[in-house]
Design a protein around this ligand. Structure first.
Ligand code: PLP
Length: 287
């Protein structure tokens, strides 16, 4: 079956999906995106993804390309046309097409692209054997709370991780604290058995998975602390893990080739992964 993309009002074969050479997303990375997981045909945390998309757009003074109801219809239609029951929905909005010039052009229509891809998500929470992480300097801009398509530092960090045989790179601020992963949020378990992740501010992206994991943890009597942690603290923590839309909850078993805990995903990590899997495959966004 050939894939279909949605590009500015048209459903087109994926191989023929094109944007204009003067799309500002292409020329200036002047755009934002969302990635949502699809599980059993449902868009996980759909409302939260839509809210974050709108927030990112607002911060950049880009208009939402269409009203909520038609937007939700296009999301469903692209999933239907690509027969995605388990997979990923990708949404990108750029400021639009205009003659190349830095300031915002006037009277410009935002450009909207959506694609969908099937994926075989793991269904067994115990399938996680744990991931290796490396640390790299966080060289990004200071508005990481905006889910901008300007991802070059993230790409470089992820490639360095791959080159070193690791799954993810944890990004380090100037004070030796972990901000987040190149495409995930970073977590540890502290010595009191609380789960710890960096507080929300413009230095990190407010992950949708992060928010859901916090809610699931608290609902299940697990204490969550939102604060910074250093690489040293992570290395002496009993457990570490990462969260994202496409990684769900994954144990971090080593950082820079030094084992975290006993070098396997720990009990709280496995518990959170289990709770999150249950949430995705069962209760949907109704926590
Ligand atoms: N942080 C960064 C930099 C990301 O790119 C992502 C996801 O792509 C995340 C965190 C996790 O966000 P979410 O849980 O919404 O996928």
């Amino acid at each position: 079956m050939s894939r279909i993309a949605y590009v500015n009002g048209r459903y087109v074969p994926h191989s023929e999906a094109e944007i204009h050479v003067e799309d500002r997303g292409y020329q200036f990375a002047d755009g934002v995106y969302e990635v949502a997981a699809i599980c059993l045909g449902r868009i996980i945390d759909e409302e939260q993804h839509l809210e974050r998309l709108k927030r990112s757009l607002r911060e950049l003074q880009i208009a939402m390309p269409m009203a909520d109801a038609p937007f939700a219809l296009v999301c469903r239609e692209i999933l239907r046309q690509n027969r995605v029951r388990d997979g990923i929905l990708y949404i990108q909005v750029s400021r639009g097409v205009a003659r190349r010039d830095h300031p915002f052009p006037e009277d410009i229509e935002p450009a909207l692209v959506m694609t969908a891809r099937a994926s075989n998500w793991p269904t067994d929470p115990d399938s996680d054997s744990g991931s290796k992480v490396i640390s790299v300097d966080d060289i990004r801009w200071l508005r990481r709370d905006i889910k901008s398509v300007s991802l070059l530092p993230n790409v470089l960090a992820k490639q360095e991780a791959r080159d070193k045989g690791a799954y993810e790179a944890w990004l380090m601020d100037d004070e030796g604290f972990v901000t987040e992963g190149s495409s995930s949020n970073a977590w540890i378990v502290d010595l009191e058995g609380r789960i710890v992740t960096r507080e929300l501010d413009p230095r990190i992206l407010g992950g949708i998975t992060r928010a859901t994991v916090i809610e699931l943890a608290r609902k299940n009597g697990i204490e969550v602390v939102e604060r910074k942690f250093s690489l040293d603290e992570a290395l002496s923590a009993p457990e570490a893990f990462l969260t994202s839309t496409t990684s769900f909850v994954r144990g971090v078993v080593s950082i820079n080739d030094k084992a975290v805990g006993d070098g396997t995903p720990g009990p709280l990590t496995r518990r959170m992964r289990g709770l999150y899997f249950e949430f995705c495959r069962g209760a949907g966004s109704n926590i």
